[in-house]
Design a protein around this ligand. Sequence first.
Ligand code: GRF
Length: 190
Amino acid sequence: MLKKIAIFASGSGSNAENIVLHFNQNPSIKVNLILTNNSIAGVLDRAKRLNVPTAVFSAKELKETNTIPSLLKEYDIDFVVLAGFLLKVPDSLIKAYPNRIVNIHPALLPKYGGKGMYGSRVHEAVVAAGEKESGITIHYINEHYDEGNIIFQGKCEVSPSDTPDDVANKVHELEYKYYPSVIENLLNQI
Ligand code: GRF
């Protein structure tokens, strides 16, 4: 049975592209739809180049209408992947996809997580705190930001001379290395 993924992204979409490319050779798993709340997000250009259908929606639509659940049903989505998605997933969507929505956070949760902690803010906080390591956390989504059950964590060293950008680059490498295979392992179990 073909298992179909929807990816939600708000920005550049480098993780989304990486995930699409990873499954392009997989006959039983496919990225069927890429959705964004940002009409000028780089992920839209990537999706177009990768021939993946897209949908753009507003925060209001996500929060107050059934547009997104209906769209996921229309595309027969089995599993939802957040990759740089900055809005809170409505409880209705979490209920529609129990243990079937995952997110990647660019730090070692529970530290450096929660509302407003995204992108360079995370790496700036890690460097400012003098942390010796950082990394990624892949977790299920629940009703609270960045608090769902942790599925996987990957670590990288942070040296005293590292800038937040240096940390960001190391973290992005971990994201590209692990997110697709973690998703594949989860999908092989459903
Ligand atoms: C990544 O750092 C991811 O960990 C975080 O948002 C960023 C998305 O980057 N959730 P991109 O849009 O995939 O390039």
